[in-house]
Design a protein around this ligand. Structure first.
Ligand code: HEC
Length: 503
């Protein structure tokens, strides 16, 4: 169940939000002009391949006709290949939509149709018409575009992120959060933004707009910059580094930073991949930054010459499925990872080799942590257990601890004490002694799955946040006291509890 939530609708709420916002999106000038043109009888407007046609193909065709699948030996993800066709030869006759298989196969009444009748809906009529017009107008490629260019990448480059809503009509899922280095504020992943909160007052102080729709993982580097892993599910994934102290513009008393394109805010774009990056970690000395995700790879950057000089040094493909968690030992030797392939793994960053696989969870492993000196690894997963094992050993479990009533998503180390915190679908955060795995306090106060958990830099506070957008901050030494709780979706007002039904 969590799998479905984390994968595709981690945020039904966010999907709903997007739909809601679309309703308010003003129709573009172009589409208004097109409407006029249509009234006049059709093809006045020149059809652009990249802006008009390629998005239709991406939506309706690429799933089967990309470089991997190549159905009918046909890959159409570059213009050149699209025009060359598959085993039947070139499917587009420039200037003649009626003689082009490419168009005919979309609109045909015959059994052989594209997408195949048993595999998907027909291409909507208005979109088929766009393709017909493009062919009739000569099936041209836009000037300046390389016929060999990867169309998926080209579309991504052209995609513009929406501005986050001033007030959220729905709560955005909290997938990650981090205390600022001074311990005074909490940074939370929102919808196309990072929000910064004075958590003692539950007050929004800063919004950092981002291209990324969701921040799945974030970590402050020793220099004070924030590295964020995230993406848009199924569309793109990225790792970007931000300076949250850069200059913004105030709207009321909230500081707004243009993290999409102000290069003083968004300092570095480290990768651009086809699907979400889900987890990120930095070594204590700030030398290594590692991020993993849906492409099964963990990329490792050397930051010894600073963020601007970041160098990708290793791409570790050690898991058979998504990488969901990552951690690095203080000496920069062990890279510990959690996988949807039901294992935790250790990679030696110096020797560049796999050290050990820990299979004990027998179910999805969501989170990992490693003791600073590299002598103990910890993992949590869908089996509701916290387990410890030796990173340098044979993959044998040393100990396990239950207690959570549902799947456990993350495990993090207290930076000042031998203490771990775990967060779970059972709506709680739990504290543990990291030496003995003896259970400490159970922290209550959240009301849904707790996806994110973090300690403050002085180790005195722990924060959790999750599915319903709520964030709670507890004092570690006073776990029984009620936490500060606030909803981290700016301006969101939770509906009042339903009136009891009349008798
Ligand atoms: C669900 C998978 C699927 C989707 C989606 C799909 N196709 Fe296909 N396509 C196939 C398969 C399988 C073949 C090979 C069998 C055949 O030719 O009927 C094929 C063959 C073709 C061919 C003939 C290639 C050749 O030279 O043999 C063309 C042209 C084509 N598809 C166009 C399209 C277009 C345009 C779209 C999007 C509107 C599309 N397809 C969507 C599965 C798909």
């Amino acid at each position: 169940m969590f799998r479905r939530r984390i994968c595709f609708c981690f945020a039904c709420a966010v999907a709903a939000l997007t739909a809601y916002l679309m309703m308010f999106a003003a129709p573009s000038v172009a589409s208004a002009q097109e409407k006029k043109a249509e009234k006049k009888g059709g093809d006045a407007k020149a059809v652009s391949f990249i802006t008009d046609v390629a998005p239709i193909l991406k939506e309706n065709c690429f799933a089967c006709h990309d470089a991997k699948k190549k159905s009918g030996k046909y890959d159409m993800t570059t213009f050149e290949k699209l025009m060359a066709g598959g085993s039947d030869g070139p499917p587009v006759v420039a200037g003649k939509a009626k003689d082009s298989d490419f168009h005919d196969l979309i609109v045909t009444e015959e059994p052989r149709r594209m997408p195949p009748r048993d595999k998907g809906e027909a291409v909507p009529k208005d979109k088929a018409l766009v393709i017909a017009r493009w062919i009739d107008q000569g099936a041209k490629l836009d000037g300046g575009l390389d016929p060999k260019a990867d169309l998926v990448k080209e579309l991504r480059v052209r995609w513009k992120p929406p501005v986050p809503p001033e007030k959220y009509p729905f709560p955005a899922v909290v997938n990650s959060l981090a205390f600022s280095p001074d311990g005074k504020t909490l940074v939370v992943g929102g919808h196309h933004e990072l929000t910064v909160w004075d958590f003692a007052a539950g007050k929004l102080v800063k919004r950092v707009y981002t291209r990324s729709e969701r921040a799945y993982g974030m970590v402050f580097l020793p220099n004070g910059n924030l590295a964020v892993a995230g993406g848009r599910p199924g569309q793109e994934g990225d790792v970007r580094v931000y300076d949250l102290n850069a200059k913004g513009r105030f709207a009321g008393d909230v500081d707004i930073l243009a993290g999409v394109n102000d290069t003083k805010v968004m300092l570095k774009h480290l990768i651009d991949v086809d699907d979400s990056v889900l987890c990120i970690a930095v070594s204590a000395d700030g030398k290594y930054l590692a991020a993993g995700g849906t492409d099964r790879a963990v990329r490792v950057w050397d930051l010894s010459s600073g963020v601007a000089g970041a160098r990708l040094t290793q791409t570790v493909e050690n898991h058979a499925d998504w990488v969901l968690g990552v951690s690095i030992s203080n000496d920069g030797r062990f890279l510990v990872t959690a996988g949807r392939d039901k294992t935790a793994k250790v990679w030696d960053l110096q020797a560049k080799e796999s050290v050990v696989t820990f299979p004990e969870h027998q179910n999805i492993v969501y989170g990992v942590a490693v003791k600073g000196d590299g002598t103990a690894g910890f993992s949590v997963g869908a089996d509701k257990q916290l387990r410890t094992w030796k990173p340098g050993g044979e993959g044998k479990q040393v100990k396990n601890a239950g207690g959570h009533g549902d799947e456990v998503f993350r495990v993090v180390f207290n930076p000042k004490q031998p203490m771990l915190a775990t967060s779970s679908a059972d709506k709680t955060v739990r504290l543990w002694n990291s030496e003995t795995l003896a259970a400490g306090a159970t922290l209550n106060g959240l009301t849904d799955f707790v996806y994110a958990v973090a300690f403050s830099p002085n180790g005195e506070y722990v924060a959790g946040g999750g599915y319903d957008g709520n964030v709670a901050v507890w004092k570690v030494s006073d776990a029984k006291a009620s936490p500060k709780v606030f909803n981290a979706s700016p301006g969101y007002v939770a509906p009042k509890a339903a009136e009891p039904a009349k008798k």
